[in-house]
Design a protein around this ligand. Sequence first.
Ligand code: MN
Length: 274
Amino acid sequence: MPDHLTEIIEELTLANRILGNEGVIDAFGHVSIRHPDDPGRYLLSRSRSPLIVEPDDILEYDLNSEPVAAPSAQQYSERVIHGEIYKMRDDVMAVCHHHAPAVMPYCIAGVPIAPVFHVGGAIGEHVPFWDQHDEFGDTNLLVVKPEEGHSLARALGKNSVVLMKRHGATVVGASLRELVSRCIYLCWNAEHQLRASLIGTPQPLYPGEITLAGAINTKTTAATRTWEYWSARLKAAGFWPPQRAAKASRRAPAKSARTAARSRTKAKKTAMRW
Ligand code: MN
């Protein structure tokens, strides 16, 4: 029976891969969860494409975004986003930063995203903007300094999503599953809003509708249904369960040159089928 932390790490691995498979994050972008036993810490992968993150990649950080144990691998440079938000928002249990193609037009044009369909209600009534240039002048736009992360967290305020001009978005949730759902439906909302604007003027939800519709995704039935759907798609795509290839090869005894050549040929044949 896996312990609590092992399960949480497995769930975070799954969340990484779902967000990668659903087009929210690609090679860049990252997702974290607050440590279940210590609110002063959070869990985040080492610098790796989320679609192939494995449980062994997950590192523990304090809220200053310093690793608890010295890591042997490269870390995400923008991890201060996570630490600074956890510091400021006690209610936030999970954070995702991404540059999803669906939201980029809004970040570039400075056009606000508003909930335009019922499931989009999860993004909340107000989605603020943050422009790194306002406070920090010319930068490479990466949020790497604690003060930059702090400024972003301030712009997020009490909202669930903040759009970062010419960069991307940062999304928060009261749980990991709520966060994943909000990230995916933020993208769908952005797509629908853009398409609707091509044929007319999008009519956002009324404030009362946003509150009522926004609660749908957190209901157990909806949360289970979406999680199962995204997990099934991830499995069908061949990205779940993790291969744990590196771990297996570390444990495997050294191969003879002939065996190694044979498995290379086999691997090539397998690859050709696809
Ligand atoms: Mn970024």
